[in-house]
Design a protein around this ligand. Structure first.
Ligand code: G16
Length: 544
């Protein structure tokens, strides 16, 4: 016999969603009432879940399984009609977005701290996606935060755990719990978008792939799609077993955290194509034999070549990129004569543009690329689009990149991260910069003259909503740029992100080491922002 309880509680400080949901140390989430309060705040902020259908899953990190049982019992006590859960509690973020759309659900809860490490002493996270499959808008996350700050009780069922290990349907109180294969619907969607026959022929011809799933959620997806359906040889997908601590690593697909992949792709016997994805499967990293493709360049190349894939054969409506992402995609959009949109950091800002049909592709410097097939960035989708393009063009990644730079010019790009900086110091740096903005134009730093400087503000062209203070932009007269902002996804102190970009036109040499090409921009950023003085660090903790 199931019984439901109303449990008295009180607000817990700090339940404020950041760039992508609420991310905290796992032990913070495990505190009494913490998960329950935030879950009830979500339910209340969407005007209850009575009679509604929800999708639920996560990236398999430590506490994923326990959190799912609690959320299921709370959904039942709050009157939800049905919750669809990924088998084993697993759903990648893009697969969850797809399920919300396919099943016409009222939304979904995804448990993940993305690329942050997992484990009892590492990070946990939770985000809500709406009926369009996309991340909660800022107005909804504001409502969730407000509700979390005034909660006095939550509702939960007293019941046994649901067995998540086998597909099928059971009941929890009055609510139906449907356990589904997390890969099936997603794989079917990919099959509709891309030319699987061409990719199959590529592998049949001996093309060698190395996909690093980083012991995170994409393992089962990549194995099924790349090996079982497309015929990449067994062993092409490595680290394919999702683990609660991701094998002790950071499931962050970039040259630092995917160092093994980089070593493999720069070795003499390197495969033709290397890729990786992150904790929850929405990020991607692309590496050719001996060449790393920056996420900003990847977006530009995908935009320029998307018509090779059946889903995009009719052309793109437009392209959107987050403001700190390089302007390489802008050059492609200009040439194609399609719209280009610049949004604040955070996938949630792409949702309105996608829903309104203004853009087809979106991308971010933080290793995220996606399209209107779901409302999240999608790591495996990006890998499959690259494979489709490689199959269609019959060229290597290196050849494609060089041809692209020759046609459009090269936007040298790098991001410097200063992690776990005391928040007061990081805020002081940004506040000081804000105060300097109006005086910067016309001044010269490291030989670069400032043309414009502002704090990026976004006016959503679809719903008219405004988002201010989204990052300091300093544009130099010869087309270089520095952007500085504080990360909204960290769990310790503040992370200062410094985004550096320098354009070399189509006729210039495009084979300089990135640090060398960017040297004047790096020096100007230091002179303007006094990074060392504020952070006490003479160099970034992570450079990507
Ligand atoms: C999240 C967001 C992205 C954002 C990234 C970095 O990615 O979904 O839109 O670009 O964080 O944000 P920040 O610079 O504020 O740390 P993910 O993959 O962590 O969910």
């Amino acid at each position: 016999m199931t019984q439901f309880q109303t449990v008295p509680t009180q607000p817990i400080e700090g339940q404020k969603p950041g760039t992508s949901g609420l991310r905290k140390k796992t032990r913070v989430f495990m505190q009494p009432h913490y998960l329950e309060n935030f879950t009830q705040a979500i339910f209340d902020a969407i005007e209850g879940v009575a009679g509604k259908v929800l999708i639920l899953g996560g990236d398999g990190r430590y506490f994923n399984d326990r959190a799912i049982q609690v959320i299921l019992r709370m959904a039942a006590a709050n009157g939800a009609a049905r919750v669809i859960v990924g088998q084993g509690g697993l759903l990648s973020t893009p697969a969850a977005s797809n399920l919300i759309r396919q099943r016409k659900a009222d939304g979904g809860i995804i448990l993940s701290a993305s690329h942050n490490p997992g484990g009892i002493d590492e990070d946990f996270g939770m985000k809500f996606n709406g009926p369009n499959g996309g991340p909660a808008t800022e107005s909804l996350t504001d409502r969730i935060f407000a509700r979390a700050g005034e909660l006095t009780e939550y509702r939960i069922l007293e019941a046994h755990d649901i067995d998540l290990s086998r597909p099928g349907t059971s009941t929890l109180g009055e609510m139906l719990v449907e356990i589904v294969d997390p890969v099936e619907d997603y794989a079917a969607l990919m099959q509709k978008l891309f030319d699987f026959d061409a990719i199959r022929a590529l592998f049949a011809g001996g093309f060698r792939l190395h996909f690093d799933a980083m012991h995170a959620v994409t393992g089962p997806y990549a194995r099924r799609i790349l090996q079982e359906i497309l015929g990449a040889p067994a062993g092409s997908v490595v680290n394919d077993q999702p683990l609660p601590d991701f094998g002790g690593g950071h499931p962050d697909p970039n040259p630092i955290w995917a160092a093994d992949l980089m070593a493999r792709m720069f070795a003499p016997d390197a495969p033709d194509f290397g890729a990786a994805s992150d904790g929850d499967g929405d990020r991607n990293m692309i590496v050719g034999r001996g060449i790393y493709v920056t996420p900003s360049d990847s977006l530009a190349v995908l935009a320029a070549n998307a018509t090779h894939a059946p889903a995009y054969a009719g052309g793109l409506a437009g392209v959107a990129r987050s403001m700190p992402t390089s302007r390489a995609a802008d050059l492609v959009a200009e040439k194609l004569g399609i719209g280009i949109y610049e949004t604040p950091t955070g996938w949630k800002f792409f949702g309105n543009l996608l829903d309104a049909g203004r853009v087809t592709l979106c991308g971010e410097e933080s290793a995220g690329t996606g399209s209107d097939h779901v409302r999240e960035k999608d790591g495996l989708w990006a890998v499959l689009l690259w494979l489709n393009i490689l199959a269609a063009r019959g060229q290597s990644v290196d050849q494609i990149m060089r041809a692209h730079w020759a046609e459009y010019g090269r936007n040298y790009y790098s991001r410097h991260d200063y992690e776990a900086v005391p928040s007061d110091r990081a805020n002081a740096l940004i506040d000081r910069l804000r105060g300097l903005l109006s005086d910067l134009p016309g001044q010269e730093f490291a030989g670069l003259s400032v043309a414009e400087a502002d704090d990026f503000a976004y006016l959503d062209p679809v719903d008219g909503s405004q988002s201010a203070r989204q990052g300091i932009r300093i544009l130099f007269a010869e087309g270089s740029r520095v952007v500085m902002r504080l990360s909204g996804t960290g769990t310790e102190g503040a992370t200062l992100r410094v985004y550096l970009e320098r354009y070399q036109p189509a006729s210039a040499r495009h084979d300089l080491p990135v640090e060398e090409a960017l040297a004047p921009v790096i020096a100007a950023a230091e002179q303007i922002a006094q990074i060392e003085g504020h952070t006490g660090r003479s160099r970034p903790d992570v450079t990507t």
